[in-house]
Write a protein of this length. Structure first.
Length: 454
C-alpha cells in the first residue's frame, strides 16, 4: 500500500477517485500479479490496505491478474501432470520390457532353468546394446525400386568345421566301405556355401565366407594350446613308458581339439563381430546320427562294421535353452545380455523360421526331435526350428542361424553323398537330385523368404 493513496483527511478514497489517480497497468508481470493478490488475503495490512488492495485489484486489471495467474497455475499443474505421466509411461514401459525379457527367458533362453535366481531381469531389460547389423525392414527400406531383391544385404556364411587333414580329428569323417569316398562334413558344406554365395551375389547381396578352403580359421595351432591342455588332461598314473605315451597322446589330442574346435569357433565369432560385421550369419552343417553299434571302434576297424541308420530329418537352430549351470557362467551371462540388449533374438527367429520352412520344402524331410532338455522347439507352427545354446550361436552378436539338414550316415543320404562326390571326382555333370545343389537352393530360398521384398 502507498500512503499517498489515502485522502488528505485520512478517509479511504473512493474507487472512482483511485481510478482517476492511477490508471491501472495495462500489463502485469507474473511476480506483480502474485504480489498484487497478497493484500486481498484477510488480516494482512488491515482494513485500509484491504480496501485499497481490493479496489486496486478490482479496478486495476482484475481479469488480467486472474488470467495470468490462472495461466501460471495451469502451467504448473500441466507440468506436474506431464511429469507424472512421463514417469508413469517410463515405469510402464520398463515393466513391459522387464515382462518381455522374463517371457523370453521363460520360453526360449532358459526354459528349463530357474533363471529368477540368477538373472536380474530389470537390469537386463533396461540396457540396450549398439548393433552393427540391420534388420530385414531396415535393409528393405534403403532399397530402390530398380534394385535386385537382396541389394543392401550383407550376409556371412560359415561352412561348419574344417575338413581336409583335420576332418578325422574333428570327428567329421567316415565311410562305410574302404573304396567309398570319405564323407567329410567340412568339405561338403564349403561347397554348399560357395554355391549359396554365387546365387545370392546374383540377387544383389554381399556375401562373406568365414573360410574359403579346408583350413583352420584359428591362427593358433595345437602347439599354442599345449599349456592349457596340460591343465585339463590328468597327469600320468605311473612312470612306465606305456603310461607316458598314453599321457602324451591324450595331451596332443586335447591340444588339437582346443585349436580346431573351441578355438576355431571362438575365432569365427570374433571375425564376425569385429571384422565382417554382417547383417546375419548362417552356419552350414550336415547332421549325422550316432552309429547304431560299434560306436567306440577305431577308424581302421570300423568301416566294415558300420551300419547306416534309417532316420533322416532336418532341423534349424538359433540361440537359447541355456541350462542353469550355463546361466551361472559370467561369460555366458554377458553373451546372453548382449543378445537380449541388441534384440538379435527376434531377427534370428525370423531368419531361422524362413530357412526352416525352405529346408523343409526343399528336402521334403520331416523335422528332427530332441530328447532331453538341451534344446527346445520354438514354434508350434514350425516344428523344424529349435533354440539351443551352442558356442557360435551364443557368441555371435548378429542374428545367427545354424542349419542341420540330412543325416549323412543314413540309408537315403549316404548314397546321395557318394554319388555327388563321384560326379565331382570324375567331372561328370551333376544330377538333378544332387544333394549339395538341393541344400544350396533351399538356403537361397530361405534367405529370399526373409530379406527380399514381398
Ligand atoms: Zn556339423
Amino acid at each position: 500500500m502507498c500512503r499517498n493513496e489515502l485522502l488528505e483527511d485520512g478517509r479511504i478514497p473512493s474507487a472512482a477517485t483511485l481510478n482517476r489517480r492511477a490508471k491501472p497497468k495495462a500489463h502485469w508481470s507474473s511476480s506483480e500479479a502474485v504480489s498484487a493478490l497478497l493484500p486481498l488475503s484477510p488480516g494482512k495490512g488491515g482494513p485500509v490496505a484491504d480496501a485499497i488492495g481490493r479496489e486496486r485489484f478490482l479496478k486495476s486489471g482484475y481479469c488480467c491478474i486472474v488470467s495470468r495467474t490462472g495461466l501460471l497455475l495451469f502451467g504448473v499443474m500441466l507440468f506436474r501432470y506431464c511429469l507424472g505421466f512421463w514417469l508413469c509411461v517410463g515405469l510402464a514401459s520398463a515393466v513391459r520390457a522387464g515382462g518381455a525379457t522374463a517371457t523370453a527367458l521363460a520360453v526360449r533362453y532358459a526354459p528349463y532353468a530357474d533363471w529368477q535366481k540368477v538373472m536380474d531381469v530389470d537390469l537386463l531389460a533396461g540396457q540396450s546394446v549398439i548393433r552393427y547389423w540391420r534388420t530385414a525392414e531396415e535393409i528393405a527400406a534403403a532399397r530402390a525400386e530398380a534394385d535386385l531383391p537382396l541389394t543392401g544385404l550383407h550376409l556371412a556364411l560359415d561352412p561348419g568345421h574344417i575338413g581336409g587333414k583335420w576332418a578325422e580329428a574333428e570327428g567329421r569323417q567316415f565311410r562305410i566301405a574302404a573304396d567309398d569316398f570319405y564323407v567329410r562334413e567340412g568339405e561338403l558344406v564349403l561347397e554348399v556355401a560357395q554355391r549359396v554365395r554365387a546365387q545370392l551375389v546374383g540377387l544383389g547381396a554381399q556375401v562373406t565366407l568365414l573360410r574359403e578352403a579346408n583350413v583352420r580359421v584359428n591362427p593358433k595351432g595345437p602347439i599354442d594350446y599345449l599349456e592349457r591342455a596340460a591343465q585339463q588332461v590328468p597327469a600320468p598314473t605311473g612312470a612306465s613308458l606305456a603310461a607316458l605315451i598314453d599321457y602324451g597322446l591324450a595331451l596332443r589330442a586335447r591340444a588339437v581339439r582346443l585349436s580346431i574346435v573351441s578355438g576355431d569357433l571362438a575365432e569365427r565369432a570374433r571375425l564376425v563381430n569385429e571384422v565382417i560385421q554382417p547383417d546375419a550369419l548362417i552356419s552350414l552343417h550336415i547332421n549325422a546320427a550316432a552309429w547304431p553299434s560299434s560306436e567306440s571302434v577305431s577308424e581302421s576297424e570300423s568301416e566294415s562294421e558300420r551300419q547306416l541308420v534309417a532316420s533322416n530329418h532336418v532341423h534349424v537352430l538359433i540361440f537359447g535353452c541355456m541350462s542353469e549351470g550355463e546361466l551361472q557362467s559370467g561369460r555366458q551371462q554377458a553373451q546372453l545380455a548382449v543378445k537380449l540388449g541388441n534384440d538379435s533374438g527376434a531377427a534370428e527367429h525370423l531368419l531361422g523360421a524362413a530357412l526352416a520352412e525352405a529346408l523343409a520344402a526343399g528336402t521334403g524331410l520331416p523335422a528332427s526331435t530332441y530328447e532331453g532338455r538341451n534344446a527346445i522347439r520354438l514354434d508350434a507352427g514350425n516344428t523344424y526350428l529349435f533354440a539351443r545354446n551352442l558356442l557360435l550361436l551364443r557368441s555371435v552378436e548378429c542374428p545367427t542361424v545354424l542349419l542341420e539338414p540330412y543325416v549323412a550316415n543314413s540309408v537315403p543320404v549316404y548314397p546321395r553323398i557318394q554319388a555327388a562326390l563321384a560326379n565331382r571326382a570324375t567331372g561328370a555333370p551333376l544330377t538333378e537330385d544332387d544333394i549339395l545343389v538341393e541344400y544350396a537352393d533351399a538356403v537361397v530360398a530361405g534367405v529370399l523368404g526373409c530379406y527380399a521384398d514381398d
